[in-house]
Design a protein. Sequence first.
Length: 540
Amino acid sequence: MHKIKKYMMVGLASVLVTSSIAPMATAAAKTKPINWTLAADLVTLDPSLANDITSGQIITQTGQALYRYSADGKPELADAKKVKVAKDGLTWTFTLKSGLKWSDGTPVEASDYVYAWRRTLDPKNASTVDAIAYNIVNAAKVKTGEITDLTKLGIEAPDAKTLVVHLTSPIPMLPSVITAMGFYPQNEAFAKKVGTKFGTAAQYTCSNGPFILKDWNGSSTSFKLVKNPQYIDAKKVKTKTINFQTVVESNAVYNLYKAGKADFVKLDADQVKQEQKSKAYHQIKTARTNYLTIAQRNKTLKNVKLHQALQYAINKKVLANKILSGSAIPSTTFTPSGLIKDPNTGKDFSVAAKTAYTKYSPAKAKAAWKQAKKELGIKKLHLQLLTDNDDINKKVGQYIQSQLQDTLPGFTIEMKSQPKAARIKKMLAYDYDLIVSGWAGTTTDPTSFIGVFQTGEAMNFADWSNQQFDADLKAAQTTDVLKPKVRMQKLIAAEKLLQKDAPVITLYYESTPALIRTNIKGLQINQTGATFDFTTAVKK
């Protein structure tokens, strides 16, 4: 029995985070392969290292955690058959299901979870989910290097079927948190056998989820997922093969769809106009914010007035409505709209935490730029803007370039577009001036978004640090975690500080226009985490 106490849900004013293309009818004896397209290459199959959309999408199909999102948007028990929560909310004891197996036939054990969580929280792996796991005993000290012994983390496996998690403070949203791929189990024996090759190619992966990856050599632009016969819920999986192909150029992938060679295609602005009335058309809202990061490791770029000048100079409404053809929502906060409400006012978080700093104002941009030049002792500034090389990101980059150069006298930008894997490598090395990227949270809570900008966080690529911001986030995650109104005030204050200092400039909340063939049934679409879950998908 799932024994989560009612107080553990306090403050979780969340919304539906998944949907389904259509209810799945009784599966036919034979199903057709599904042919899917990707806008960027697969980078890694290591759950502790993945920090891009494509990797997260594939890992979600090959792996599974204690919980998995259901079709109604709620985390439901997956590898775990039951959980017992202590009265004080500080100890969670999970009992694993019987019969769990890896794709190589060996049993999935609680020790595989301990091994995986330790890898994920190890600072050398720069995981994207460690920011939301600080309430695990000693996690924060491990992150800062104060503790180097990973066995001190508050996770243990007293036996093969039992996993115990010890917390410093209750985490009401823990079930959602640990759906993230960083909390998937990892086959310890297999991982140690393949060593540093783990997750670098299909042969160096081991699955406990619905599918097994095939034909990926680490750089392949096409590969496939096949049904995992060892999966604990294999009966749910109706499709035997899903073929994936990376196609960056929008017209090329659109032509594949039109030729019947692809079942899914993201649309660019021109294609949206042509296809909006199609029965296959979908506007997929994801909990993802696209933004511009300013590298703080460059002393010149630490200047707050410069940040504000760039922020005021970008007209987000034009970007969303004209450049992206209405397929995006102009952003006011880093935490996307429609996820959670302020219990103090009933307003959406994106409204409650909005400030004038994110509002387009050429006059304020020019004034802030003038002050920045004075403070920096410069008359002009030339920077490089890095984007992905797909059509949409190129257009976004070109728009930003023109906005900033037209508004700020003496400010020039060289735009450079690279394949996503190369862009991520540059980002991880902090080798850039300005960079366009995006962030998708794993829960509907603001900490899943603004939490990445705490001092020293692996995904804080701006390398920004603000003591008050850190203090507000820490209070929201610890002392005020069960005080929803006070907690939300701290989160709103932190969001506003991020807008004022503007080390990152939010551009838009992503909403993906796409075509999905009408004969694809049972496809689960998630608002948080991986966009698609193919577990129950079938092509009629």
